[in-house]
Ligand binder design. Structure first.
Ligand code: NAD
Length: 386
């Protein structure tokens, strides 16, 4: 790594067991007066929304508690209208990547409405007019990044488009492991695998830098230590804390690099074949690592070592294959689907060529460290994953 460039973001991150209680004092410090909350039903059902309502009192002017997966454009319009009616000055996303993505999309749309201009940052250090606050309760990592995906629902098939802008990263991130104690085992497993995938793709990213490599290596180690424990014993605060730390480091690595084939393909499967994001991750990750291994194996050795592969005296390709086996085994132990056909989303084998066509046009796929020039390369990977 002889040269590098990356953008980092002004964010306050609070990580502690019970950290949600600090939301009130943080909001006061930032002088936010009229907050809106984007979340979904399960967070309402398990009492987390009640806690935010009681902490913020009259400062919480609106709650949208039925965010659907993958940020649907129709819902963004609805949430924007609610934010405008209530004159919101900051938007909270609490939950997984979808409510946090919805908060990001709403914050940017609100800025555009208020200024009448595109919200795009002119400089990497431009600050947003409408700040976003993230309270993650899964391991997806969106809270740290300058990105959200939005699904254009009227296209056939619907298409998920990524928006990337330095104004997007949440200004305040509250990590409270206690909020993850009731994350169901399947969501624990799938979003945890998503976090592991961020570490892997950050390590071999074309835009990797010293910070992303350090955070991805440490993130992979914490995730590998803690994920199975969280899956098997979801109420263990110590395991949940280590896993959330791993997810934070994974999100931080994701924030400063471009992803590749794995990430782009998961977006295509999510946007165009209705795959839950974490399930797409668990099926695709071993195949994406193998696809790239002949060009990226030496870069993945820190992750392989963090997962207990003795990397010193073996060929990097052999070490990476041993890591793939460990990941595959972990995914199996967590009862996640290991094949596309087992994901239960109604995908048919004859849909694969079309998905490969969409994937090859995906900007993130085009950033893959190993060049992808032909849809047949992706079609073969999808067949292997079928
Ligand atoms: P999600 O937000 O779509 O859904 C998570 C599910 O878990 C929901 O049903 C929710 O109700 C439930 N849940 C969340 N926390 C819970 C808790 N504590 N207890 C009980 N249930 C809980 O899933 P996700 O995998 O977190 O996010 C995926 C979305 O985020 C995708 O659209 C993906 O593209 C996006 N994403 C974006 C980034 C980014 O950088 N912008 C990063 C990762 C993922």
């Amino acid at each position: 790594m002889d040269e590098f460039r990356y953008v980092s973001y002004a964010q306050e991150v609070i990580f502690a067991s019970g950290a949600l209680a600090r939301l009130g004092e943080a909001v006061e410090r930032f002088c936010w007066q009229r907050l809106m909350l984007c979340t979904n039903h399960s967070l309402r059902a398990n009492g987390h929304v009640d806690k935010v309502e009681s902490i913020l009192g009259t400062r919480l002017v609106a709650v949208f508690d039925h965010v659907q997966p993958h940020v649907q454009d129709i819902q963004v319009t609805e949430v924007l209208a609610l934010a405008m009616q209530n004159n919101a000055d900051a938007v909270i996303g609490m939950g997984g990547g979808s409510p946090i993505g919805m908060a990001k999309a709403t914050g940017i749309a609100l800025e555009e409405q208020r200024t009448g201009n595109p919200a795009q940052a002119a400089f990497p250090t431009d600050q947003p007019l409408v700040p976003i606050i993230a309270i993650p309760t899964t391991y997806a990592g969106s809270e740290m990044t300058p990105v959200y995906g939005i699904t254009h629902s009227k296209e056939s098939p619907p298409r998920k488009v990524t928006v990337n802008d330095p104004k997007i990263p949440p200004k305040l991130v509250i990590y409270d492991p206690e909020l993850t104690l009731n994350l169901p085992p399947e969501m624990t497993a799938s979003t945890g695998t998503n976090a592991l995938a961020h570490c892997i793709e950050a390590l071999y990213s074309k835009t990797r830098n010293p910070l992303s490599t350090a955070t991805a290596t440490s993130g992979a180690q914490h995730i590998f230590n803690a994920l199975l424990r969280c899956y098997e014993h979801g109420d263990e605060l110590e395991a949940r804390t280590e896993m959330l730390l791993g997810a934070h480091l994974a999100g931080l690595s994701l924030a400063s690099v471009s992803m590749g084939l794995h990430h782009g393909l998961c977006h295509v499967l999510g946007g165009s074949a209705s795959f839950p994001h974490g399930i797409a991750n668990s099926v695709i990750l071993p195949h994406a690592i193998r696809f790239n291994a002949d060009e990226t194996a030496p870069l993945l050795l820190p992750a392989a070592e963090a997962m207990g592969v003795p990397v010193n005296r073996i060929n990097p390709m052999v070490a990476v294959e041993a890591m793939v086996q460990k990941i595959y085994h972990l995914i199996g132990q967590m009862n996640l689907p290991q094949h596309l056909q087992d994901a239960g989303v109604g995908l048919r084998e004859d849909d694969l060529p079309n998905l490969a066509q969409l994937a090859v046009q995906n900007r993130t796929v085009q950033n893959n460290p190993k060049p992808i020039t032909d849809p047949s390369q992706i079609e073969q990977l999808l067949m292997d994953a079928w």
